[in-house]
Write a protein that binds this ligand. Sequence first.
Ligand code: HEC
Ligand code: HEC
Length: 256
Amino acid sequence: MQVIGWALAVGVTLFVAGAQNPQRPDGPALFRERCADCHGADAKGDRGPDVTRLWMNDGADERAMKTIRTGVAGSIMPPSSAPDEEIRAIVAYLRSISIAKTEAISGNATSGEAVFAANCAQCHRINGRGGYLGPDLSRIAGSQSNQVLTRAIRDASASFASGYEPVTLVTRDGRQIRGTRKAEDAFSIQIMDLQGRLRGFEKGDLREVTRDRKSLMPDFGADRLPDSSLDDLLAYLAKFRIPPARRAADTPGDGK
Ligand code: HEC
Ligand code: HEC
């Protein structure tokens, strides 16, 4: 009875996804189907929080499974009555795209710092230094796996960091202004332009507001950034990763 109700609730698409491989549930497909709407296609958060950061501590799998089963009371996070093996497949998928505790680091961080200064610092800050067009990357390696980072670097337009979606505005007199969208309501929009200035516009003064498909970050393919330089860069970013022990000690209330 419960299973029938569940199947009806999650709909035909899932049934089909499951039917393709009835033995082993497909974690990525299940996540896209049931969770991506709230947690984002890349699990880095949307209406619900980033769920790629949960694997820094021991017992995370069990905690995540419990949360998924029971939901979070008083929030929009719903309980799931899906079979254990499906929940386990989703959790395994989330773990695989998160930073593993012992992610191998093969590059050279010192060379990586130079790669960062030459290619990235104009738009990204690390520990207070660098540009403002893109997000601060000081802690990025603490919340994202090398796999996810590699995709963000190699294929910048595959997904946009929230608060950094690219837009193009056209003013009444035909001037084009590109930037990242910081805030918007029915009447106005605030962007950061390519010079790093925050600028606000009344929509009545604009001819067009276009959400671009292309990130303001260029793609760094292997021609621009060979694999070895990418490895160095990842090693540099990993230097700022907070180790799990420090992180636990950082929690408020322990007197540190
Ligand atoms: C309708 C929106 C919605 C859907 C669908 C949803 N979630 Fe959530 N989820 C949330 C919200 C909101 C929270 C934060 C709840 C709170 O703590 O206030 C959350 C919290 C969580 C947490 C705990 C995060 C933490 O920091 O401890 C996990 C794990 C999680 N969700 C996984 C999932 C998975 C896996 C799915 C799909 C099976 C899913 N969620 C479906 C909205 C959703
Ligand atoms: C011309 C400016 C520019 C340059 C140069 C640039 N980026 Fe970006 N980057 C951005 C913008 C804008 C975003 C946010 C939009 C997006 O996600 O594509 C971004 C996003 C990212 C993200 C995703 C961050 C997140 O929170 O998900 C990563 C990782 C990243 N950049 C790394 C790099 C690295 C490493 C380099 C150098 C090899 C680099 N970027 C060079 C502008 C730039």
